[in-house]
Design a binder for this molecule. Sequence first.
Ligand SMILES: Cc1ncc(COP(=O)(O)O)c(C=O)c1O
Length: 479
Amino acid sequence: MPVGVKVNPNIVEMEYAVRGPIPQRAAELKQQGMATIACNIGNPQALGQQPITFYRQVLRMLEIPAGIERERVLNGLRRRHREVFQHMNDADFVSDYVLDLCDDILSKLETGLGAYTESRGPMFIREAIAQFVDKRDGVTGSNGIPSDPEKIFLTNGASEAAKYIIDMLIADGGDGIMIPIPQYPLYSAAIKKAGGRQVNYYPDEEDGWTLNRTALEEAFTDAVARGTNVKGIVVINPANPTGAILPEQSVRDVIDFAKEHGLVIIADEVYQENLYGATWLSFAKLLENKDVPLFSLHSTSKGFCGECGHRGGYVEVRNPPPIEGSRLSFMEVMYKQASVSLCSNTPGQVLTYLMVQAPKEGSEPYEQFVREREAVLSDLHAKATMIRKALGRMNGVECFGRTGAMYLFPRLNRLPKGTTDFDYCMKLLETTGLCTVNGSGFGQREGTHHLRIAFLPPKTTLEEVLPRWIEFHNAYVAK
Ligand SMILES: Cc1ncc(COP(=O)(O)O)c(C=O)c1O
């Protein structure tokens, strides 16, 4: 028997239900030949969502810059000899707009996609992010506080940004961070790994998962009474797993609460484009001139971009707090942390640049870009509506909150005695192939049961599986 290695127990104990026992069972069933549907994770392209052509054209040309000239020559030939190319579509060519943009990116990157960049990411991308944030929030010369490119870090997805901040905030075992319940388990896992304390707060499910001061104060007071030094609060808006979008008052309540208790806010805003017609306001906008430290996260994985595999993301910082007992500033320590990993991946950085800088209106790729963007978002909305309708036909199921992000989090009010949402999701998987995640994987109020479903599979798949789910459900809860 080999001698055991002692490893970090925090990592051994860490949990991540999104890839937990139910998805693992789904993988086994798939291997045995069952058709499974991966609704356990917000990974749109794994379920058939097509990448946005503009993004991929730019990435493709940047990877092999020698091809840029070739495409330019082709475009020239096509202009002069239309008849030769008449059997080909516009989509077979890369527009001069894209080629010029690639030249521009390469000249600013200086060293191409294969070299390390500045640890925070190249300045021109951080400047573009700052402009995007200001435009989004209606900041003008005389109105609002502009975003500062010096306080932006490009990261390998938003996950890395969240880990950076949590690792910095947890200074000893008594430090805690407030997280919503239910939550995206990146947060519980990152707090656990850093050796900190998870402090739960409870959005009001029946009021559309909104927040109020009472719920926040209760959680805070309780944690302090247990000897926890609460350092920050995580808010996910639009939310994962509930999909809910916070109203303005909830965001304002969090800001006032954080100010009063000297907390930093980690605003996970990766779903800011997944709104389906609802109004959404960023923390940065509503922060106004309040001196509350804010870390706002965004990602290329979600929205209509859906480029999870490319691992693009950023964190934008406002009002970084001073560091106790050090002459170094918060930004300097963050910089040190980023520089240990050298830099985030460059294709992800470029995708982030493209995400914050859509093709200009009237440019060659514009129309196709808008068409593809609208198609992705309207398809997601339609699929959420199909699932909501199906939930309405299931006995004892309620689903609260506005439709946002990529998820629905229905409450299962009527389960057979002695069973849990985990049992339900496992049986649902084994019966229909539909892989969801049990509510307990995200945390939930004691005594309640939920599941999370990502509304990502193609409509045809939903049309086929939803009636089977309704049938399964009504039989299961009748036991
Ligand atoms: C709320 C939330 N934050 C962060 C992430 C991770 O995003 P990324 O792929 O940018 O690391 C996810 C992924 O599902 C998420 O749902």
